[in-house]
Design a protein around this ligand. Structure first.
Ligand code: IPE
Ligand code: IPE
Ligand code: MG
Length: 262
């Protein structure tokens, strides 16, 4: 029964028994939300939540890689997050430096390749350097892709893609009728994740049920799981439970359930 998975006293091993290892979402995207509220609850400054969240990134990355996920996309900083106080923005910009300094060796051990999508040229030089180093150091890893969305916004992404296509059209390299779903997909920041460009599962932590300008084009047929757990409290066990919820869903893509399709 569905409710089984929510019993507080259920052990990890029982939970993983419920997991269908043959039906792991290939691309999982996560809106890591609730760091500030986690800190506030503990009477700590908001940045304490971001610091704790960094360790959760490490744990969930390992869990995802162990489960055989192909791409894990993590929303780390949106194009709208610049609106926050300078101190918080500065801390968030320093986090990738810290994260990669601490964890690149472990990522390599786990055969995880780092990818970063977003307007990287607007990041502080030190952040850009840390990102470039991590990408280079993990370039030969052939396992899961850990894809950070950093200074990413979906509307900006779509505008950039459309501008690039318009330029090609202006140069006579493309006609309007040649602009198909594939062509637009290939102009998005997720193009290099093909064949896993579109998430199968989108998770948002912290109880908020909105998309906040994340992957608007790519989530057309993603399954959504919203969990109340705040990101700094999110455990591999919660992650497995959310994948189990995904496995309960019936993805139809506009068609019919398989058994009705005969
Ligand atoms: C998510 O946590 C991290 C970022 C957006 C960078 P928040 O900082 O948004 O935490 P809340 O939503 O204020 O609790
Ligand atoms: C979305 O969270 C962005 C990231 C998780 C990086 P926000 O906390 O910025 O989103 P809103 O403001 O609640 O919509
Ligand atoms: Mg938030």
């Amino acid at each position: 029964m569905f409710t089984r998975f929510f019993k507080e006293n259920e052990s990890n091993s029982e939970l993983t028994e419920e997991l269908d290892e043959k039906n792991i979402p290939q691309h999982i995207a996560i809106i890591m939300d609730g760091n500030g509220r986690w800190a506030q609850k503990k009477h700590l400054p908001r940045i304490a939540g971001h610091r704790q969240g960094m360790d959760v990134v490490r744990d969930i990355t390992k869990a995802a890689s162990g489960l055989g996920v192909k791409v894990l996309t993590l929303y780390a900083f949106s194009t709208e997050n610049w609106k926050r106080p300078t101190d918080e923005v500065d801390f968030l910009m320093a986090l990738p430096v810290r994260f990669f300094n601490n964890f690149v060796p472990e990522l390599i051990e786990n055969n995880v390749r780092v990818n970063v999508m977003g307007y990287k040229d607007q990041l502080p030089p030190k952040t850009q350097q840390a990102v470039a180093n991590a990408i280079e150091q993990t370039a030969k890893c052939t396992g899961m892709v850990l894809n950070f969305a950093l200074n990413y916004g979906s509307r900006a992404e779509i505008i950039t893609a459309v501008q690039n296509l318009a330029e090609k059209a202006q140069k006579g390299q493309l006609t309007p009728s040649e602009i198909t779903e594939d062509v637009l997909s290939n102009a998005m920041m997720t193009a290099n994740l093909a064949p896993y460009s579109d998430p199968d599962l989108l998770i948002r932590t912290s109880g908020e049920e909105r998309i906040s300008n994340f992957l608007l084009w790519q989530i057309a047929y993603s399954e959504f799981v919203f969990t109340d757990v705040l990101w700094p409290d999110y455990k591999p066990n919660d992650f497995v439970m959310d994948i189990v919820k995904y496995q309960q869903r019936n993805r139809r893509f506009g068609g019919l359930k398989e058994e009705n399709n005969k």
